[in-house]
Design a protein around this ligand. Structure first.
Ligand code: SME
Length: 177
């Protein structure tokens, strides 16, 4: 049974410490559970609470969640998965927007300092000013993406990229997709 305290992040933690706590909590939540919906739902919650425990700009995160390959058209489309934040676009074509760019081909992390400078950015929430999207891979293939939006320009740095890539890797190998 997961412990709700896993969502508590002390405001005295550094970003590196917060990511380590999140990874440890998620590792323990994933023990004995391989369902991707359950696991990404808990990951979205942990991410939301972690970002809001940190100083700005991290505390200005306004969306944390997942898009996965749409089972009705997995070659061409992502569909909305579990998330925290305002309601979002239900489907995104592979190659379109930041999520579609991260999911295309072999998959790559896309860190956008300023969404107004990213051609084709899809504005699900007009508050979003920066964004990072990390592909999730299983068996070497992209199965979905982890997407975080921030209401400030420059909301994410290399430490976020590393921390989020670790989370995506853990989810990729620990779930049935
Ligand atoms: N901005 C994303 C769309 C998804 S939302 O941010 C939740 C994009 O350009 O792909």
């Amino acid at each position: 049974m997961p412990h709700a305290d896993a969502s508590n992040f002390s405001t005295s933690l550094s970003k590196a410490e917060a990511y380590s706590q999140l990874l440890a909590s998620l590792t323990s939540l994933l023990e004995g559970q391989r369902n991707w919906v359950a696991n990404t739902a808990n990951a979205a919650s942990l991410l939301w609470h972690m970002f809001h425990s940190l100083p700005p700009p991290s505390s200005s995160v306004n969306w944390s969640g997942f898009y996965v390959l749409d089972p009705t058209d997995p070659q061409k489309q992502l569909i909305l998965g579990p998330f925290m934040g305002k309601v979002a676009c239900q489907t995104i074509r592979i190659g379109k927007g930041v999520c579609g760019a991260a999911a295309e081909g072999e998959g790559r992390t896309v860190l956008v300092e300023d969404v107004e400078q990213f051609p084709g950015h899809i504005a699900c929430d007009s508050d979003s000013r920066s964004e990072i999207v990390v592909p999730i891979k299983s068996g070497g293939k992209v199965v979905g993406v982890l997407d975080i939006d921030c209401a400030e320009v420059g909301g994410f740095d290399g430490q976020d990229q590393e921390g989020l890539e670790n989370i995506a890797e853990l989810l990729g190998k620990s779930c049935e997709w």
